[in-house]
Write a protein that binds this ligand. Structure first.
Ligand SMILES: Cc1cc2nc3c(=O)[nH]c(=O)nc-3n(C[C@H](O)[C@H](O)[C@H](O)COP(=O)(O)OP(=O)(O)OC[C@H]3O[C@@H](n4cnc5c(N)ncnc54)[C@H](O)[C@@H]3O)c2cc1C
Length: 387
């Protein structure tokens, strides 16, 4: 049963999934006997969360990040318009906002404002050349107002672990043959007791980091066979607003991915008319294969068809983000249609030395979003501390 089928089955049975249940395994009150040091590869949501949690426990750790900034797929553009544009993670994909794995949710919400969709928001699907009114199935999603997932990490997490992060230092190899693990980056050589690997799955699939010994066969097979969806987002500014809150393209078969158009300025203190285009899977691959001017023409042609020619008439400017072209990301996230038991395999540690955390390395209950990356980091830290 895939995640989609599982969630659908629960919905049909009238059972909702309380978000807090995802954290049932946590053991914060137990005392740890672990006294070694930990090296975390990657400073996205998972790497930053893992570092923050280790800091709370007084464990010696270091985070090594390939790029020159924290956040990974939470990247934000601050210049396109008068509110932050999330080029990756945008929505809080839960009706029950939970920063509580890391910090007091109430304190966060005093500083970071969010808002949710309502029944009044116009939701449509684009199907066989027709725009059809429908029911918003992302009704429980929240959006940040004037901030972002990245702001949350920059405000509440990064400051206390700032000194532990080294940037612009891609890790090249990890040798975990002996008790003392040897990690080599393009700048330095480190020894450590435990590793938390938080790089996107595609980085492991492409063997960008040489692992010695090679991963166990079963684990290597699951890594190789788990589909990572390409990812592409774009934002367009228009002179007028001619679009509703949300339009989902009906993609068939569903397993091919997703395209959504949405009012990106929705809920923001802004008078600008910004339309977002979110795509993963095959459509993202197609958009990403075009050069900027081809993409603009293609997108405006599509929007004109949906909105009676209003897009090209009122177009002002656009930006794009092709996640498949990011050298240290190489995709969006693992397919929504992955098998939960395979995802759970991705998280399994190797030899009690190599631990995995991130949106792909979960317990198989859910994956592909920031909440999952945080939770996965919590689980890996707990495994290191309490196993
Ligand atoms: C288009 C798009 C839209 C999305 N929308 C949402 C959304 O609305 N809501 C939501 O919750 N989630 C969304 N997500 C998913 C969300 O962004 C991810 O689940 C989350 O950010 C993953 O965090 P992570 O720490 O697991 O991985 P990442 O953020 O990918 O972090 C991994 C880090 O590892 C670094 N790295 C890679 N290779 C090396 C190396 N060799 N050495 C050192 N460092 C390395 C990378 O530079 C990166 O910083 C979206 C993602 C995409 C792409």
């Amino acid at each position: 049963m895939t995640r989609q089928e599982f969630i659908k089955a629960l919905t049909l049975l009238g059972i909702s999934i309380p978000f807090t249940n995802l954290f049932a395994n946590d053991k914060p009150s137990q005392k740890s006997t672990f006294t070694g040091n930990v090296l975390i590869v990657g400073a996205g949501a998972a790497g930053l969360s893992a570092g923050y949690l280790l800091k709370q426990k007084g464990i010696d750790f270091k985070i090594i990040e390939a790029t020159n900034q924290p956040g990974g797929r939470m990247k934000v553009n601050h210049t396109f318009t008068d509110f932050p544009i999330p080029l990756g993670a945008e929505w809080i994909t839960s009706d029950n906002i939970q920063f509580g794995q890391l910090v007091d949710t109430r304190k966060v919400l005093e500083k970071i404002k969010t808002t949710g969709y309502t029944q009044n928001d116009e939701y449509y699907v684009w199907h066989h050349g027709k725009l059809l009114r429908s029911t918003l199935d992302t009704l429980n999603y929240q959006k940040f107002i004037g901030s972002s997932w990245l702001s949350f990490f920059e405000t509440f997490i990064v400051p206390s672990i700032y000194d532990h992060i080294s940037y612009q230092e891609p890790v090249k190899s990890i040798d975990y043959t002996n008790d003392e693990i040897v990690v080599v980056s393009d700048k330095d050589r480190y020894t450590t007791d435990r590793i938390i690997l938080t790089v996107p799955l595609s980085i492991l699939q492409n063997k960008e980091i040489q692992l010695t010994p090679a991963l166990p066969k079963e684990k290597a097979k699951v890594i190789e066979n788990t589909a990572v969806w390409p990812g592409f987002k774009a934002f367009f500014e228009f002179e007028e607003k001619f679009y509703p809150s949300f339009v989902d393209y009906i993609i068939q078969p569903e397993i091919d991915g997703q395209v959504s158009l949405y009012d990106a300025a929705w809920g923001q203190a802004s008078n600008r008319h910004i339309l977002g285009l979110f795509s993963v899977g095959k459509p993202a691959k197609t958009y990403g294969s075009l050069n900027d001017s081809e993409f603009k023409n293609q997108a405006l042609k599509e929007f004109d068809k949906i909105f009676d020619g209003q897009a090209s008439r009122t177009y002002l400017k656009h930006i794009t983000q092709n996640w498949s072209n990011e050298p240290f990301i190489k995709g969006a996230y693992i397919s929504d249609y992955s098998a939960p038991k395979n995802v759970a395999q991705l998280q399994t540690p190797v030899d009690n030395k190599l631990y995995f955390a991130g949106d792909a390395y979960t317990n198989g209950y859910d994956w592909g979003n920031v909440h999952n990356a945080i939770h996965s980091a919590t689980q890996s830290v707990n495994k290191i501390l309490f196993n």
